[in-house]
Write a protein of this length. Structure first.
Length: 265
């Protein structure tokens, strides 16, 4: 089924209230600028992907960018399952046309899958694909904003997000929401462009930035800091892919007191 947020473009603003006093005007202007930038991020992504929905699955990016990310996500799920055929609740954020959700549904995992995207036309494609792949129990497809996930706390065991994080204007809020909806011991796997070497910088900060405009590929150190601030533990980071390098960041929702994670590969 597809669940549609009545108006994901008008989700509640963050509580960034300008201070009173002599600096209120300047702070208010900065606040307005931040809101305009956020609106530009969302509007640009919505227009771009609405027009791209029909040809999305035929894009060369599927071969060079999306497919390697999906394989890395599947590896992390297999590692988390530890060889056991246990059931789990999966949320895939920024699902696009639902290709990764379809891969999980095709695998031998008793997973309850929820796929979420901000763009309505992408959600329609994801719903159709889900019903074809596993008609007896298709994935739930939700049209909503990643900054305001419409789920209760601890609703999922696994959260995945690949190649969409750079479109989110408030990346700290998104990571915090991912942490909120994860059950204790749950795992977040986030994959996005790795822009911390010469190849990645040219691909993502020059070419992709010029094409997509209002995007931000966060450096590995910032992504790690966002995970730490949100309360994730057992952090791991690694780079995959050569011509279009990707950063894989993995964190877990703590079951007990937090402890230090590893270092990026």
């Amino acid at each position: 089924m597809i669940v549609v947020n009545p108006n994901p473009t008008s989700s509640p603003p963050r509580e960034d209230v300008p201070p009173a006093g002599p600096s209120a005007f300047a702070a208010g202007s900065e606040h307005d600028d931040a809101r305009r930038r956020a609106h530009a991020f969302r509007s640009g992504a919505d227009r771009q992907f609405h027009g791209w929905a029909e040809t999305y699955d035929r894009s060369l990016l599927n071969t060079f960018l999306f497919r390697p990310a999906y394989l890395a996500l599947l590896e992390e799920i297999a590692d988390w399952c530890g060889g056991e055929a246990r059931s789990f609740r999966l949320l895939d954020i920024g699902c696009g046309t639902g290709s990764f959700a379809a891969l999980v549904a095709s695998a031998d995992w008793p997973a309850r899958i929820t796929a979420l995207d901000f763009v309505t036309s992408m959600c329609r494609k994801a719903r159709d694909k889900a019903e074809r792949v596993r008609p007896e129990r298709p994935a739930d497809v939700v049209n909503a904003d990643s900054e305001h996930l419409p789920f209760a706390d601890a609703s999922f065991d696994l959260v995945t997000c690949s190649n969409s994080f750079h479109h989110y204007p408030h990346q700290d809020a998104v990571v915090a929401e991912m942490r909120r909806v994860l059950a204790p011991g749950g795992r977040l796997v986030l994959i996005d462009g790795f822009r911390d070497n010469a190849v990645g910088w040219f691909v993502f900060d020059v070419i992709i930035q010029r094409i997509e405009k209002n995007v931000h590929h966060a450096p590995w150190s910032l992504v790690r800091r966002l995970f730490e601030q949100a309360g994730f533990v057992n952090l791991r980071q690694r780079k995959i892919n050569l011509l279009m390098p990707l950063l894989v960041t993995v964190g877990e929702a703590p079951t007990e007191a937090p402890h230090a994670g590893g270092t990026p590969a």
